[in-house]
Ligand binder design. Structure first.
Ligand code: 1GP
Length: 238
């Protein structure tokens, strides 16, 4: 069974999945020590960042040495340099909230031969950047505008278009370190409009915020910055 199949099966069982995001440049083994030590390993771990200088493959191999087959290590790349044959899958992100062809198809063309050669499972994922109250790395690096947080209908139409185009998952992203996460209004409106699994990330810092995202219809909630700043938070999320 592939990683997408597993995620779809968990989502259709109503399983709520909280996923740690590890930026290879800021890898902190304390988080994995805590998860493995308490036998609270999440079913998936995402690895990536907007700009990464560390060796992504080496970091993925290190993560795998902690979690073995208990967790799927999934690449969440900022660009086509962040590939690793040691990962279990790759979110093949298309920044559908933006209008920059480089992040809609350009990076994909550059990386497709390598993805095939590495034998990586690619999960076509529509990536929607939604205003989280401050300029984010994704916005700056991609040179795109986020969707306005108060125009729910625009997010819904974008999500519908993504599903019609055949994307297998949606990532509702407020941006790393966002002041405010994607709102419950947007998550629930999108949830009622598409049936593919919904990932929510950006600015989620507490168990309450995680609960709100799940209550609104998220299948996966991603936590990056909060864990980097305070690895002990792992006890709250897992
Ligand atoms: C960023 O959605 C992820 O791409 C996680 O965001 O770092 O704010 O948790 P945070």
């Amino acid at each position: 069974m592939g990683v997408l199949d597993k995620i779809q099966a968990l989502a259709s069982d109503g399983r709520r999945i909280v996923v740690p995001l590890i930026d290879p440049d800021r890898f902190n083994p304390a988080i994995l020590d805590s998860l493995v030590g308490r036998k609270r390993i999440p079913p998936a771990i995402f690895v990536g960042g907007s700009i990464v200088s560390a060796d992504t493959d080496a970091v993925v191999r290190r993560i795998k040495s902690y979690v073995g087959d208990s967790s799927e290590v999934v690449l969440f790349p900022g660009d086509c340099s962040q590939l690793s044959s040691s990962a279990d899958a790759l979110l093949l992100l298309s920044l559908v909230s933006g209008r920059n062809p480089e992040y809609l198809i350009g990076q994909h063309v550059k990386s497709a031969p390598k993805i095939r050669r590495l034998g990586l499972e690619a999960i076509p994922t529509a990536y929607m950047l939604i205003d989280g109250g401050r300029a984010t790395s994704v916005q700056y690096v991609s040179g795109t505008m986020p969707l306005p947080a108060d125009k729910v209908d625009l997010s819904v139409a974008t999500a519908m278009a993504a599903e019609l185009l055949g994307f297998k998952m949606l990532y509702l992203e407020a941006g790393s370190g966002a002041r405010v996460p994607v709102s419950s209004d947007i998550i629930s409106a999108v949830r009622s409009s598409v049936s593919i699994p919904i990932i929510v990330g950006g600015g989620v810092r507490s168990a309450e915020a995680v609960g709100r995202a799940f209550a609104a219809g998220a299948d996966i909630v991603v936590i990056g910055t909060a864990l980097e700043q305070n690895p002990a938070l792992a006890n709250e999320f897992w």
